[in-house]
Design a binder for this molecule. Structure first.
Ligand SMILES: Cc1cc2nc3c(=O)[nH]c(=O)nc-3n(C[C@H](O)[C@H](O)[C@H](O)COP(=O)(O)OP(=O)(O)OC[C@H]3O[C@@H](n4cnc5c(N)ncnc54)[C@H](O)[C@@H]3O)c2cc1C
Length: 397
């Protein structure tokens, strides 16, 4: 058996694990990351693209922001399209100067991987059957198989950064966790294309045919989505069918401007709200998608992962440097306060912008009226903007 010793063993080399690893490494705290997949697989997963100010600041703090600052697109607002009507949500003006950064999760992951490699910190890819042990003891450890050998990593703390389907949450006895979940009766069919964006800002469209989102990764690469029923198959959607459907859901002025082209990637993502409480079990902490999922409508998934990372990093720093072990039990309650607010906003945006087949005519009019009330009132637009740019991180005292 191969045995390693470290201070913090991290399961998962997604954005949560890599960012936590980088912050801890920079602070002189030893980490080992174990990841089930290959580096190429991890890096190429096409997912989020809107970074809140808090995440941007955290990436800068981790020293991995050079490319983001050079190539990312700062957005001071977004568009809401309600049928033929277009409303500008001026994030900058409504929040006293806050903005979001458009920079793909693939790029964030790439920057973090390179930084970790340059730092010489250990990441073990293709680690199979990872199991956390002794979480309730003072000597937790991980075991796994890699290259035909059994490995063991002894550590002080375990960070479960292994996503929704990971092993960390599943290793906690079921009677120690409370699960909150809502599955939506639709998904998002998304395509990536090398075409110029239809608008310089993101466009969130509510339409009788269903929701649509015009997003982007750069001035020449777009990411567009349409709401589809859960049982829809991606093979049934030719590029032409996708473009036709997207155009049908946009205000005609935008539809006429839409530049189409061959898709580079096409996939369907289910929509789900999910939270597990508490987000820790003894010396193991759940971070990011391992503990919670939001539907992507509010662009919060990756950003929530970053705020968990910030909280855990600041707590571990105080624990390992100053012996503040009293903070350990505060991790979950601090994270959950922000998580639930983002869950609420993501659920609200989803409820307001999508069509629900099972909702009656009265409920539909109420939801249309609610959205119109919000966009027509400055207080309403402020509420949307304040949540969209991201609520503040809590200080760790
Ligand atoms: C299809 C899709 C589209 C999305 N779109 C958006 C979006 O538009 N906007 C948004 O804000 N968010 C979006 N999200 C959510 C966002 O991508 C996630 O919130 C983010 O990836 C969370 O990062 P994470 O590191 O916590 O988890 P992950 O990115 O899931 O990383 C977890 C890592 O752990 C590894 N792992 C899993 N199990 C094990 C194991 N047993 N042993 C070792 N390693 C393991 C995985 O291989 C993975 O590398 C999307 C998610 C998906 C799935």
């Amino acid at each position: 058996m191969k045995i390693l010793k470290t201070q913090v063993a991290i399961i998962g080399a997604g954005p949560s694990g890599l960012l936590l690893g980088q912050l801890l490494h920079n602070a002189g705290i030893a980490t080992v990351i174990v990841e089930r997949q290959t580096p190429d697989y991890v890096q190429q997963r096409i997912r989020a693209g809107v970074l809140e100010q808090g995440m941007v600041d955290l990436l800068r703090q981790a020293g991995v922001s050079q490319r983001m600052d050079a190539e990312g697109l700062v957005h001071g607002g977004f568009q809401l399209a309600l049928g033929e009507r277009q409303v500008h949500i001026d994030l900058h003006a409504l929040t006293g100067g806050k903005t979001v950064m458009i920079y793909g999760q693939t790029e964030v992951t790439r920057d973090l991987m390179i930084a970790r490699q340059n730092a010489g910190a250990t990441t073990l890819y293709e680690a199979h059957n990872v199991v956390p042990h002794g979480m309730k003891s003072d000597e937790p450890f991980l075991t796994f198989e890699k290259d035909g050998e059994t490995w063991r990593v002894d550590c002080d703390y375990i960070a479960g950064c292994d996503g929704f389907h990971g092993v960390a949450r599943q290793s906690i006895p079921a009677d120690s966790l409370k699960v909150f979940e809502r599955v939506y009766p639709f998904g998002w069919l998304g395509i990536l294309a090398d075409t110029p964006p239809v608008h310089e800002e993101l466009v969130y469209a509510r339409h009788a045919r269903g929701f649509a989102l015009c997003s982007m990764r750069s001035p020449t690469r777009t990411r567009y989505y349409v709401q589809v029923p859960t049982e829809e198959k991606v093979e049934d959607w030719s590029d032409q069918r996708f473009w036709d459907e997207l155009k049908a859901r946009l205000p005609s002025a935008l539809a006429e401007r839409l530049v189409t082209g061959p898709s580079i990637e096409k996939s369907i993502a289910p929509l789900r709200s999910f939270v597990v409480e508490p987000m820790q079990y003894g010396r193991m902490f759940l971070v990011g998608d391992a503990a919670h999922i939001v539907p992507p409508t509010g662009a919060k998934g990756l950003n929530l992962a970053a705020s968990d990372v910030s909280t855990l990093f600041n707590i571990l720093l105080k624990v390992l440097r100053d012996g503040r072990t009293d903070l350990l039990e505060k991790y979950s309650e601090i994270c959950l306060r922000r998580v639930w607010k983002a869950e609420r906003f993501s659920w609200w945006m989803t409820s307001m912008l999508h069509t629900f087949e099972d909702s009656d005519a009265f409920s539909q009019r109420i939801s249309e009226s609610e959205l119109e009330y919000f966009v027509d009132s400055e207080a309403g637009r402020k509420t949307i903007a304040e949540n969209y740019v991201g609520l503040p991180y809590e200080a760790i005292e």
